[in-house]
Design a protein around this ligand. Sequence first.
Ligand code: AHR
Length: 504
Amino acid sequence: MNHLTIHAEHRLNLIEPEIYGHFSEHLGRCIYEGIYVGEESEIPNENGMRTDVVTALREIQIPVLRWPGGCFADEYHWKDGIGPKNQRKKMINTHWGGIVEDNRFGTHEYFELCRQLGCKTYISGNMGSGTVREMSEWIEYMTFDGMSPMTELRAQNGHKEPWKVDYFGIGNENWGCGGNMRPEYYIDEYRRYQTYVRNYHSENKIQKVCCGPNDDDFHWTRKALETAYSGMPKDNHGTMDGFSLHYYVVPEGWSGPKGSATEFNEDDWYKTLNKALKMETLIIEHGKIMEEFDPEHIIGMVVDEWGCWYDVEPGTNPGFLYQQNTMRDAVVAAVTLNLFNSHSNLVKMANLAQAVNVLQAVLLTEGSRMVKTPTWYVFHMFRHHQGARLLRSEFIDLEETGSEEWKVPGLSASASIGNDGLMTVTICNLSVHETQELTIDVLQDKPCVQIAEAYILTGEMNHYNTFDHPWKVQEEKFQKYEVIDHQIRLSIPGGSIVMLRCNE
Ligand code: AHR
């Protein structure tokens, strides 16, 4: 029997809503077809944005959307994406399929999308192949509210008022596709570029995100921060607000085939989950290095790319990274989000890669049709954690599960208390088939626990939603629990995710 103790009176830090963020790159069918279809499209849209996709992203309360890349960001020249659409310069998207990018979707369209979504903005600037001037003029174009050449240009293009840039990344993966730089070189450049990311408006303090490591590249983290802080006071003078981390779960590794998204066995299930759990080690170990330089946690950890990366769906363009999404992905998402909640004293933002039609997408589209993936349901069930206070919780006697080679803990969980006074508990059973019995002890002053609502996401390990069967995997009401005073007893089927909302 597994036990989870929740200290309902022991409120910890706020879980930043941005932990539930998403990422949209000019890659494959993410922006074009997936999000943006143009005003003339027969697919229902508002100012070119698919209504079904915008609605589905609003349903999961998308807090922030990162754009335009990814690797694409470091070859994106923003001036190509403004002005009359038929006069916009075309380019080759060299990273992703070598296709022609006609820049139909640019700065104005991105802000219109975020307006419709009601989410914060996170733009990745081009440091790899762009100039300081280009970056600084983009910031001026987007945020300055006085008279200047850039604001005149913005007004000419139909937007007199400035927009709000909440987060701005200085380059992306500059250790790789963003220029193959060494950390010392990158940070020297970072210091220069970020100087010109001006805060033009007192109400728009732009949070600057520095390119951090990939996976377990602790050398990058140490060298980058050493160089960033060299000659700087401990508060870094506001030169850096976020430090990114990228980590993808690739079942078979990067060197050959990565593994199928849908055709896998139990051993693959546990291997994938084991690799997903590495996220915790990465947060802790990179976090320790960050703390050496920044003991007061002024700089937040920004996991701005994460998720599962498999071989593309057979018959699709290998450069488009289109993959299906099963219950295995849902469990990876649940385990990872529980980890982000648990370490939300360090993790201040995270962006799943990517929102639509690319990698571990929450939505897939085909023509006018759209399906919500199992991962979408996880974000829907976990949405109550956004902006809530983390509660101290711990497992006692947690049983291990797994295959002979790949071991994982049987359960993962996190708990928070929202402004509405409701406690949210999200639990995931990592065992592929075995039902897990769990007793939750809620330590609180109130006389008893009451369940306001309970939902489950469950299915066979490789179940997924298709355009013909879009509801195969979906959230359902959960009933297999009983409450006795301060104790909740649950029976959670293998490979399932449960969300409880409890009254004060
Ligand atoms: O998300 C796909 C790609 O993965 C991004 O463009 C890049 O930043 C990362 O390597």
